[in-house]
Structures are given as structure tokens and as C-alpha cells.
Design a protein around this ligand. Structure first.
Ligand code: ATP
Ligand code: ZN
Length: 283
């Protein structure tokens, strides 16, 4: 049985649970319960505070976990980071009051910086050779300059709107983070096997998220151009349509090229395009 720790409630909870469900693992999530055993996969889920996850995994109480990279880096516990999961993206940034004339990290010398991330901030300041003092506080960091507790802050940001609404301006990003899958250093062969099976499924789910399946009709004379535009996984599938002189083409396109590809296909005569999401992609 592999014990996997997820955040109990917070910004990563929902997407962590969804990812495990997308991997075909069935379990019931009962409010207030701290653990759940999966019905069809040898894992047990533990719901914990995110800050506790690296420690539980390092100690082997949990064998793996899903947590923000920022928490892993700040905790300084010995865990292996296996996969970046593509959600929970944020950055750790230093910000100063809007009216301040500090323009870059160098300008922070001699200042008091409030943060919940003293380790990551300390490493950054040391590396840059900046002498500033760190005030560790556990929450509501963004109000620190306004109440005279600090000259600057270092806090997690995703859109930056919280900073703006507190009259702060970003001067430097010191760390970029997303949710990661972490594991204990010393797993048994059986635990490793279960974790590998889970990672294989995570890869398939993630790969699928970056792609769409496309079906379209094209006149046979424009097939060479259509096939040129559609690289696909191997080569696209081409099937004759009942109407002579026309074919149906099926392929896979990348999400980030989507609109550009559609425009080019239209320009060479493709019609009746259907674009559908892919649930899993195994290669
Ligand atoms: P817990 O109760 O589990 O300790 P928390 O309040 O410490 O929760 P959350 O606010 O739920 O933590 O954030 C969890 C993680 O989500 C963060 O550690 C970070 O990796 C990520 N995250 C993404 N965007 C943001 C953001 N804008 N602010 C804070 N965290 C963010
Ligand atoms: Zn936390």
C-alpha cells in the first residue's frame, strides 16, 4: 500500500484530488476524514496541511505527496521531486510600497523584509550579497509595510492583484513554483512499482491536457497541404468519405498551436472541423 499525502483544504486540494481521479483511482472523499483507501488501486490518501507534507514524506510516514515546490524548498526536508504537475502555479516575489523608490533587489539593502519564506528569501539575499533583515511572520504578510512592520515583503503571488490592492509594487521574483509530486527517498520495490504505475497514468493525463483531437473533411487535391499542416502523433488517419473526391482526416494537435493550425487548414480548403478534448494519451 502506497500512502499519498494531499493538501486537506486549500488551493491545491481540488486539483490534486482531480488529478488522482483522472488517473482512474476511485476513492470517496468524506468531509472531515483524514484518510481514504482507494477502491481499485493500492494507495491510501492522507489529507494534511500542505506545510506538513514534506516532513511526512521525508520521514516515510507518507510515501509520496502532492505539494507546492515553494513548500518543499522552504521546508528543507529531504524528499525527491518526481513530477511537475502544471497546476498551483505562483511565484515568490519581493514587493515594496508603491511610493518607494526601490527599483531592483539591490535597493533592498538595509531594509526589513516581512515574509513567511525566510529560508528561500535568506538564500536569495545571500546569493545576491544583499544585507537586509528578515522578519518572519506566518500570514497576512501584505499588510506589514502599511502597519509599519517592514519596509518590504516577500510573498506568494499569482496574479499580483493582492499586492496591488495593498498598495504594493513588485520589484523582483525570487522563486517560481507549481505543484509537484514528491516521494520518500527509500521506497520498497513494491511501493516504487505502485508509484511508477501512478506516474505513468499522471503522464498520460498531463500529455492529453496539452492536445486536442481534430477531425476534418478535405478535398483530395488539398490532402498533401492538410497533412503537411497536421504533423500528428505518427501520421494522421485518412479515410475516404462517401462523397467521392473527399476524405476525412483525423489527427492530434497541440493546444497552444490550435488557432493557428485551424486558420491554416481553413485556408487550404478543410471543412467541417471538429475539435475534441482528449482524456488520456498513452504513447
Ligand atoms: P494549509 O492550510 O494546507 O497550510 P495554506 O494556507 O498554507 O494551506 P494555500 O493558500 O492553500 O496554503 O496554498 C497552497 C499552495 O498553493 C501554496 O503553497 C502555493 O504552492 C500554491 N499557490 C498558488 N497560487 C498561490 C497564491 N496566489 N498565493 C498563495 N499560494 C498559492
Ligand atoms: Zn500551509
Amino acid at each position: 500500500m502506497l500512502r499519498l499525502a494531499l493538501q486537506k483544504s486549500g488551493r491545491l486540494s481540488e486539483q490534486s484530488v482531480q488529478l488522482i481521479r483522472d488517473c482512474g483511482v476511485r476513492f470517496s472523499r468524506m468531509d472531515g476524514k483524514l484518510r481514504a483507501v482507494a477502491e481499485n488501486f493500492p494507495i491510501e490518501l492522507l489529507y494534511l496541511r500542505d506545510d506538513d507534507i514534506p516532513g511526512y514524506v521525508a520521514d516515510g510516514v507518507a510515501h509520496a505527496g502532492i505539494v507546492g515546490e515553494n513548500v518543499v524548498a522552504e521546508g528543507g526536508r529531504d524528499v525527491t521531486v518526481l513530477n511537475r504537475l502544471g497546476f498551483g502555479k505562483c511565484r515568490l516575489a519581493i514587493a515594496v510600497p508603491k511610493g518607494s523608490d526601490v527599483s531592483g533587489a539591490r535597493g533592498l539593502a538595509g531594509m526589513h523584509i516581512a515574509t513567511s519564506y525566510p529560508r528561500i528569501l535568506g538564500d536569495f539575499l545571500r546569493k545576491e550579497g544583499i544585507e537586509a533583515s528578515i522578519h518572519e511572520i506566518s500570514g497576512s504578510v501584505e499588510i506589514a509595510p502599511g502597519i509599519g512592520l517592514a519596509d518590504a515583503i516577500c510573498d506568494l503571488v499569482s496574479t499580483g492583484s493582492t499586492l496591488l490592492s495593498n498598495g504594493l509594487r513588485e520589484v523582483e521574483t525570487i522563486f517560481r513554483s507549481e505543484a509537484v509530486l514528491v516521494a520518500h527517498r527509500d521506497l520498497t520495490p513494491e511501493q516504487t512499482k505502485t508509484l511508477d504505475a501512478l506516474r505513468f497514468r499522471i503522464d498520460s493525463v498531463q500529455r492529453a491536457q496539452g492536445y486536442r483531437y481534430i477531425l476534418l473533411n478535405a478535398p483530395n487535391e488539398s490532402l498533401p497541404q492538410v497533412l503537411d499542416i497536421l504533423p500528428g502523433m505518427k501520421s494522421p488517419t485518412v479515410l475516404p468519405l462517401a462523397e467521392s473526391g473527399w476524405s476525412s482526416v483525423h489527427s492530434v494537435i497541440r493546444d497552444d498551436e490550435f488557432w493557428e493550425v485551424i486558420d491554416r487548414l481553413k485556408a487550404v480548403g478543410a471543412q467541417g472541423m471538429l475539435i475534441v478534448p482528449i482524456e488520456k494519451m498513452v504513447i
